[in-house]
Design a protein around this ligand. Structure first.
Ligand code: NI
Length: 387
């Protein structure tokens, strides 16, 4: 069975929802307009239950099948927050809020899940319950964690959970997935180097923090190249190097470094943290300076459950003819928290030849809507077949 015909009919309406969301982007948990729009559409669609305020500003909807002899409950999740980026697409429905933009396609994810909701509420051609999860604050706020911590999984007895993200560079409407670790754990670190400031013409009377911090930046490169097993994956990037001196002739007392660590396994994550602290502190000590390390753990690695991944790929192949093997992604995804809580899978849907996500010229491709919506609907109908 290819793309469902109903979604070809619904595509203009779903596209209009998507473009409305695109024009009105909101950040993190500060999403009053977006949450209200989702809630209003769900009520118009006629789902059985809508609850807002889950995980602060998330929205959860319930659609019951014609029957419920299976007792199965499947969660489908879309994110809906935007990014602090100045849009440069020139679209007639470009962001009306300067500096805020749907640059990751979460407008498309939410519109597609609303489209699936409309179809599922019309047809109800399944035996069980579909729970639709609309999540805020994917872009660094941990909205997925907030919704799980709010008791969502137990409250609606969700047994499996599925997620989807668009992917530029893959043919529009095609699918790709991988079992096991898929997206990386995303940690952040700050290192404050303290030496002895002074006159730049008399460095012998100082402990030069700029030189010490430079050696720390170089030393950190050895974590991935010398400590991590070469068949594993890890990234350590220093992204900020800030001295407190703006002058040409002052050696600063302090230098602050910032950066990120990306890993896919707990033991590699632990190793990177231990080595980062040791290298920073001991390199500083070798020069008579000190380094204070603040290592902040962020999203865990997002791990697809094997059985649900196989099922999700079968459904994708039904919709699109095939499902490709996806590469590892060293970016983060807070759907990881939902997959820690319940078995499930996360799939990529091709966005065609567009700018990459988080680019000011990126745009979600509305031609992906029929395939994306069909995948959602087919997950429900195939996992919980009607009697
Ligand atoms: Ni995203």
């Amino acid at each position: 069975m290819p793309v469902k015909n109903r979604f070809a009919e619904l595509q203009p309406e779903i596209t209009a929802w998507r473009r409305h969301l695109h024009e009105n982007p909101e950040l993190l948990f500060d999403t009053p307009k977006t949450s209200a729009f989702i809630e209003q559409k769900l009520k118009e669609i006629g789902v059985d239950e809508v609850v807002s305020g889950i995980g602060r500003t998330g929205v959860v909807a319930v659609i019951k099948g014609k029957t419920d002899t299976s007792g199965k409950v499947i969660g489908l999740r879309a994110d809906f927050d935007a990014l602090p980026i100045l849009e440069a697409t020139g679209l007639d429905y470009a962001s009306k809020t300067p500096g805020v933009m749907h640059a990751c396609g979460h407008d498309g994810h939410t519109a597609m899940l609303l489209g699936a909701a409309k179809y599922l509420a019309e047809t109800r051609n399944f035996d069980g319950t579909a729970v639709l999860i609309f999540q805020p604050a994917e872009e660094g706020g941990g909205g997925g964690k907030e919704m799980v911590d709010d008791g969502m999984m137990d409250r609606w007895n969700i047994q499996e959970v599925y997620g989807m993200h668009n992917w530029p560079g893959e043919d529009v409407g095609t699918f790709a997935i991988r079992p096991g670790a898929f997206f990386a754990a995303t940690d952040q670190f700050e290192i404050e180097v303290e030496g002895k400031g002074g006159h730049a013409a008399k460095p012998n009377a100082t402990i030069d923090t700029t030189v010490v911090a430079s050696h720390i930046v170089i030393a950190l490169q050895s974590i991935v190249s010398r400590n991590v097993d070469p068949v594993e994956q890890a990234v350590v990037s220093v992204t900020s190097f800030e001295t407190e001196s703006k002058a040409f002739n002052v050696i600063p007392q302090h230098v602050r470094l910032k950066g990120t660590v990306r890993t896919l396994k707990d033991e590699i994550r632990d190793l990177a943290e231990v080595r980062l602290k040791a290298l920073a502190e001991n390199t500083a000590a070798a020069y008579g300076a000190t380094a204070k390390v603040n290592y902040m753990r962020g999203y865990p690695a997002m791990v697809n459950a094997p059985a649900q991944t196989e099922f999700a790929a079968e459904v994708a192949a039904k919709v699109a003819g095939e499902c490709k093997d996806a590469p590892l992604v060293m970016g983060g995804e807070d759907f990881a928290y939902m997959l820690e809580s319940r078995p499930g899978a996360y799939i990529l849907v091709g966005n065609g030849d567009t700018a990459m996500v988080h680019h000011p010229q990126y745009n979600f491709n509305d031609e992906a809507i029929p395939a994306g919506c069909s995948w959602w609907a087919e997950i429900v109908e195939t996992r919980m077949p009607a009697n």
